[in-house]
Design a protein around this ligand. Structure first.
Ligand code: FES
Ligand SMILES: [Fe+2]
Length: 422
């Protein structure tokens, strides 16, 4: 494995990423230690476990966890690993139960992770010490506006500090609900692709590919009389106004466009919605709240207008992605209905958008096998992006967010895990 610091190379005018970032299993293992072993990693949303006894399973990198709500309403994150001989104790994605029963030899844990009993207990002495046999918990857990995160690092930035620079965008996303409450009530759509996890991260904030990869979607909009193709292209290429790509600290980034710009929902058509938002959050915030954004919270979470997207690295060339459609509490029913229909149309399993992107991930994963051409170029827009209030702001088609992401990758990968938590 080459030193990671040599694999993301930046000058004043160029930014290059080495192809081995997508293909080298040793680098993937190092990512799991140095990135997912220390970052605040998103697990799930509080609204997915509304009642005592509800649970969700998730992962921190490759490490399986259960997020459970106990009888007192407190949320616990537990490694999904039996303290007897290591089997997962919960196999479902979500559910409701007052205990987790390991399938292998029937050890039983409560929703706080405490060992409640084991099968055929006479095989153990009466004074058998169970104190160290509760399910293990990750060192740190934090929640911000319903988003539950955990960190495998004992020390380091608090979640609040970590989210400092992206907090305003998370708030705007949550405040699309007049009650300030987004919920994930209906499960999720999961897909896997034979490609590296970072391809999904790059793509979710990539405003350059739309006119090409999603050309067929533009054609559909035109055929249905909804929007002219040339208008969609022009809107994507437009310079000025709200049409930017931003790079933040910590590897976060976003794509930002005016509301209703590209065949997405124009909220002005819903009587009363803007008024409800103005009443709840202040009239001066409404335009900002309704700005269309794809927000990447490094290393595994996206906040899209219609959904939360969670990226799960599986191996160097295998990734699983969960899309959870969201509901805006307190918004008119027609708004949530329109958002769900829009989600199905562009992001759902039989959609006209996300499915195109998946095909591209496979093409990239195939292309980077050509090892004689070692580098990928991500320098688009370096000559025109600007620093504004601690953010790097480029045109929406620039690779500004991707560069922020890979700077964070380089920082995390250049240190050992021990240094990362020091
Ligand atoms: S591995 Fe869980 S009870 Fe044996
Ligand atoms: Fe796309």
């Amino acid at each position: 494995m080459r030193p990671p610091a040599d694999l993301v190379v930046e000058t004043d005018a160029t930014f290059r990423v080495h192809a081995s970032l997508y293909t080298d299993p040793a680098l993937f293992d190092a990512e799991m230690d140095r990135i997912f072993g220390s970052a605040w990693v998103y697990l799930c949303h509080e609204s997915e476990l509304p009642n005592p006894g509800d649970y969700r399973t998730s992962v921190i990198g490759r490490q399986p966890v259960i997020v459970s709500r106990d009888q007192d309403g407190e949320v616990h994150v537990l490694f999904n690993r039996c303290m007897h001989r290591g089997a997962v104790v919960c196999r479902a994605d979500r559910g409701h139960s007052n205990y987790f029963r390991c399938q292998y030899h029937n050890w039983v844990y409560d929703s706080r992770g405490a060992l409640q009993g084991m099968a055929q207990p006479s095989g153990y002495p009466d004074d058998f010490d169970r104190s160290g046999l509760s399910l293990v918990k990750p060192p740190r857990v934090g929640t911000y506006r319903g988003l539950i995160f955990a960190s495998l690092a004992e020390d380091g930035e608090s979640l609040q500090e970590r989210l400092d620079d992206v907090r305003g965008y998370i708030d705007a996303w949550c405040d699309r609900s007049p009650l300030g409450r987004v919920t994930l009530p209906r499960g999720n759509h999961r897909y896997s692709y034979p490609g590296n996890w970072k391809l999904q991260l790059e793509n979710g904030v990539d405003g350059y590919h739309g006119n090409y990869v999603h050309e067929s979607f533009s054609q559909i909009l035109e055929r249905s009389g909804e929007r002219r193709r040339s208008d969609v292209t022009r809107a994507r290429n437009e310079v000025g106004g709200v049409n930017s790509a931003k790079g933040l600290s910590h590897g976060d980034g976003l794509l930002e466009r005016g509301s209703g710009m590209l065949g997405t929902i124009d909220f002005s058509q819903f009587a009363g919605y803007r008024e409800r938002l103005a009443q709840a959050h202040g009239a001066d915030r409404v335009d900002d709240i309704l700005t269309q954004r794809n927000v990447l919270v490094w290393p595994n979470l996206f906040l899209f207008e219609s959904h939360i997207r969670v990226v799960r690295p599986v191996s160097v060339n295998e990734t699983t992605v969960d899309n959870h459609p969201t509901m805006l509490q307190g918004a008119p029913d027609e708004v949530n209905t329109a958002r769900l229909r829009e989600h199905e149309r562009f992001f759902g399993p039989a959609s006209f958008g996300a499915t195109d992107d998946l095909e591209i991930f496979v093409h990239v994963q195939t292309g980077v096998q050509a090892s004689s051409a070692q580098w990928l170029d991500m320098s688009r827009g370096m000559h025109r992006e600007e620093q504004r209030d601690g953010e790097i702001v480029g045109h929406s088609t620039d690779e500004t967010p991707q560069r922020s992401m890979y700077r964070a990758w380089r920082r995390a990968m250049a240190r050992t895990n021990r240094e990362a938590v020091a």
